[in-house]
Design a protein around this ligand. Structure first.
Ligand code: GYE
Length: 323
C-alpha cells in the first residue's frame, strides 16, 4: 500500500496544483465568482458521518463556497459515477471520502487530465499520491493503538486468557484496516489477549447488533468487545442486553469516534473507553479549497487532532460536545 509520501512527490503535487489553477479558466464557479466544490460523501452509515456531512455543508456556506454534495450509500460505484459527473460539470475542486482504499486510479487520472484538483477527506486511497493534492483526516492506526494501550493496561494483571471480539468497519476501508492494525499490534505483546472473533459490521448499528448476536451465540465467554466505531458498539450493546448480559461489566466495550450517543453510553457505564475521531473537517477542507484556487501551497497530509475519553471524562465533556 502506497500511503507513505516520499518528499519528491510533494513537489510534483505542488506543480500539479499550480498548473490546475494557473489559468483561472474551466471552473464552473466563474459565473458568480464563487468557487464550486464537488463533494462525494461515503453515505449516512453512522453518527460520525452525519456530523461530518453537517460540518461540510455548514462550513461551505460560511466560506461562501458553492457545494455540490452527493451521498454514495457506501457504494464505490456510486462515488466513481459522481466524481465523473463533477468532472463533466467542470467543478473547481473535487473532494471525497473514499469508501474503500483500492480502485481509484482510473477516475483520479481522469480528474487530473481535466486539471481538476482532488482533495481526500477522512479516508485514504492506495493510489499514487501524485493523483491528489491533499489528504485531510485522522490517523486511524493511532486510534487503534490508543484502544490497544487501554486494553494492555486494563488486563495487565490477567493470568488467564482474555477473550476479545472485534467488530470491524467496512471491509477494505482505511479506518477498518488501520484501526485493526493499530489495535492488534499493541495487544500482541500480551499472549493472554486473544481475539476469538473478528467480523465486519460495516460501521452501522444494525449490522453491529446482528453480527454481535451471532458471535454471542457461538462464544459463551467474551471479556472485551472492540468495535471500530460507536454505532456498531451501540448495536452490540443491544445484542448483549438481549442475551441477558450487562454491557460495560459482564462484557467490557471499547469503541472509536466519541459521537454523542457513544459518549452518552460511555457516561452511562455501558462503554468503558472511547478513542476520539473528529468528524469536524469542514472548516479545514474549505481552507484547503480556497488555497488551491488561490494558487497557494497546501500540505499533502493534514492530520486531525484527537483525544481519548474515560467514563468520567465523558460525563464531563458531554454538555459541551458539538456532535
Ligand atoms: O469512524 C465511522 C464512519 O471514516 C472515520 O466512518 C470514518 C469512519 C467513522 O462510518 O463511524
Amino acid at each position: 500500500m502506497n500511503r507513505k509520501l516520499p518528499a519528491v512527490l510533494l513537489g510534483a503535487a505542488m506543480a500539479f496544483v499550480l498548473a490546475a489553477c494557473g489559468s483561472g479558466s474551466g471552473g464552473s464557479g466563474g459565473d458568480d465568482g464563487k468557487i464550486t466544490l464537488g463533494f462525494s460523501q461515503v453515505g449516512s452509515e453512522s453518527g460520525w458521518r452525519e456530523a461530518n456531512t453537517k460540518s461540510i455543508k455548514e462550513s461551505a456556506q460560511t466560506a461562501g463556497i458553492d457545494l455540490k454534495f452527493s451521498d454514495a450509500q457506501q457504494k464505490q460505484e456510486n462515488q466513481i459515477a459522481t466524481i465523473r459527473s463533477y468532472i463533466q460539470q467542470k467543478v473547481d475542486v473535487i473532494a471525497f471520502s473514499p469508501v474503500v482504499v483500492t480502485g481509484w486510479d482510473a477516475v483520479l487520472k481522469e480528474a487530473q487530465a481535466a486539471k481538476i484538483p482532488v482533495v481526500l477527506t477522512d479516508r485514504a486511497v492506495d493510489s499514487d499520491p501524485s493523483l491528489y493534492v491533499s489528504f485531510l483526516g485522522s490517523d486511524f492506526v493511532k486510534e487503534g493503538e490508543a484502544i490497544g494501550d487501554w486494553t494492555l493496561n486494563e488486563y495487565k494483571d490477567a493470568t488467564a486468557p482474555v477473550n476479545i471480539v472485534q467488530l470491524e468497519g467496512t471491509v477494505g476501508s482505511a479506518p477498518a484496516i488501520d484501526r485493526k492494525k493499530g489495535f492488534e499490534s499493541k495487544i500482541a505483546s500480551n499472549p493472554n489477549l486473544k481475539v476469538i472473533a473478528s467480523q465486519s459490521g460495516d460501521f452501522t448499528r444494525a449490522d453491529g447488533k446482528e453480527v454481535m448476536t451471532a458471535i454471542l451465540k457461538a462464544n459463551p465467554k467474551i471479556d472485551l468487545l472492540f468495535a471500530h466505531n460507536d454505532d456498531m458498539g451501540i448495536g452490540a450493546i443491544q445484542a448483549i442486553e438481549e442475551a441477558g448480559k450487562k454491557p460495560g461489566a459482564d462484557i467490557k466495550i471499547v469503541t472509536i469516534d466519541a459521537v454523542h450517543d457513544g459518549m452518552q453510553a460511555l457516561a452511562d457505564g455501558k462503554i468503558n473507553f472511547i478513542a476520539e475521531c473528529s468528524p469536524l473537517l469542514g472548516d479545514q477542507l474549505m481552507d484547503i479549497v480556497k488555497k488551491i484556487k488561490a494558487g497557494q501551497p497546501v500540505e499533502k497530509r493534514i492530520i486531525t487532532e484527537e483525544t481519548t475519553f474515560t467514563q468520567q471524562q465523558a460525563s464531563e465533556a458531554l454538555p459541551n460536545r458539538k456532535y
